[in-house]
Design a protein around this ligand. Structure first.
Ligand SMILES: NC(=O)CCC(=O)C(=O)O
Length: 259
């Protein structure tokens, strides 16, 4: 299974349409992958909270419709990264979708753990309530967003629902590089799964992001890891290695306490 993580740089001077056309170029450059990942709030700029309402979209809006057409064209799964999703009651969510190679939305996840440390997420957004694990032709895939990474019980629940590959889209700012790197590995090791993350590069409202998207295997080995710059991180993974790891080293099965 070929992975392409599109570690896009945020730049406050860009408009949504600039960003979409830059992502289009990067997706084409990375074509041939089975799964593409995009980062958190890449089409808005994570710290542009004052723009969240005006930039909000429904799942039928410009960004997801365009990504659905790209999934079909590239015959690949696309993890949308996140957008500001607006529902019928004008509530806003930090939301992601997983698109299949026919362009169908097969998974929809709203960030459960909103970030409060120097971030207005909790004032502007509503939290999601549901865990999302979906079937794909490469196995079961779970979806998560940035700050969720700190809450192991979410990932354990995903593993209990059969997740073999877990995705995280992020806009993780400096200085917490060590937390990011360590927690990516921890989530892979403790759930004996592939953990694939896509973080923003660049900066939003003067706050630089760490980049460092990661592809970690079920043993905690780093298959690929990006620098802090905009890049496409490519890797090939073997989804069948998850079942093999779980059979060989039975830590998941040996649990005593259940969440
Ligand atoms: N966008 C986020 O959720 C940031 C999370 C973060 O920086 C942290 O947990 O540290």
């Amino acid at each position: 299974m070929k992975i392409a993580t599109i570690q896009l740089a945020n730049d406050d001077k860009e408009t949504k349409s600039n960003r979409i056309s830059r992502v289009e170029g990067l997706l084409e450059k990375a074509s041939g992958a089975d799964l593409f990942l995009l980062p958190e709030m890449w089409n808005v700029g994570y710290f542009s909270f004052d723009n969240y309402m005006s930039e909000s979209e429904t799942l039928e809006g410009e960004t997801i419709s365009w990504l659905a057409s790209k999934a079909k064209e590239l015959q690949a799964y696309i993890f949308s990264g996140s957008i500001v999703e607006r529902n019928q009651d004008n509530k806003l969510y930090n939301a992601s979708v997983l698109l299949d190679p026919e362009g169908n939305i097969i998974g929809h996840y709203r960030k459960i753990h909103l970030f409060g440390f120097g971030s207005a997420e909790r004032a502007v957004l509503s939290p999601g309530q549901n865990i999302t694990v979906v079937n794909t032709r490469f196995g079961k895939i779970g979806l998560s967003i940035c700050y969720d990474l700190r809450f192991p019980e979410l990932y354990r629940k995903m593993a209990d629902q059969g997740a073999e590959i877990i995705l995280n889209c992020a806009a993780w700012p400096y200085p917490r590089v060590e937390h990011w790197v360590l927690l990516n590995k921890a989530r892979a090791i403790e759930n004996q799964c592939y953990f694939l993350s896509c973080c923003c590069a660049g900066a939003s409202r003067g706050k630089p992001f760490i980049g460092r998207s990661q592809i970690i295997d079920p043993w905690g080995t780093v298959v690929a890891s990006a620098s802090e710059r905009e890049t496409i991180l490519n890797a090939e993974i073997q989804p069948e290695a998850v079942a093999a790891a779980r059979k060989e080293f039975t830590a998941l099965k040996d649990r005593v306490l259940k969440v």
